[in-house]
Design a protein around this ligand. Sequence first.
Ligand code: PRP
Length: 210
Amino acid sequence: MINIALPKGRLGNQVYSMFEKAGFDCPGIMEKNRKLVFENPDAGVRYFWVKPVDVAVYVERGAADIGVAGKDVILETEPDVYELMDLGLGKCRMAVAAPEGFRDTRSRTLRVATKFSNIARDYYASMDRDIDIIHLNGSIELAPIMGLSDVIVDIVETGNTLRANKLEVVEYFYNISARLIANKSAFRFKYEGIEAIAKAMESMAGKQEE
Ligand code: PRP
């Protein structure tokens, strides 16, 4: 049995649909209830839903053999896992954004609000810019509006949230998408099962690009 951690939410539904089309369906998994674990012994898979930011934790520690995590979370937490492939789903970009017309004069420490503290720290360190990180857990766009920060570092997908809050992108600096990741020892000991899933997913990802 291959244990698979799926990210709860819209991305997770798209990801599961890809597993399903790849031949690894699981009855009942899309039914609306509070159940978290679903298995299909015939297909040799057991799925469980976790918060998107927790997928890499389950995979790194081996509670899941494989899982699907956003490149944003992978860059932020640097889990010790194998990144097997880009699924081509959940595409968005990591960006610095600020109130319209903002210019960084570098005259004082820049206050940066973000869920991605490590990514933001590395980004500004590479530019030799002193910053004060304000770590938040959501609704990051609110921070500059309320004067909590000067800029934000966050993911931008459609740009709707920025526009609705009169913010604009200062710079895009990473392309983000969902990645299939594997636990390192599971990749050795359950190689055939994991490889079969990865191959089937690869052909599905190819079809999506077309
Ligand atoms: C994410 C991100 C932005 C928004 C970007 O937030 O933090 O706020 O999506 O998407 P857009 O460019 O299509 O508007 P999420 O929905 O995960 O909620 P959060 O604010 O609670 O983090």
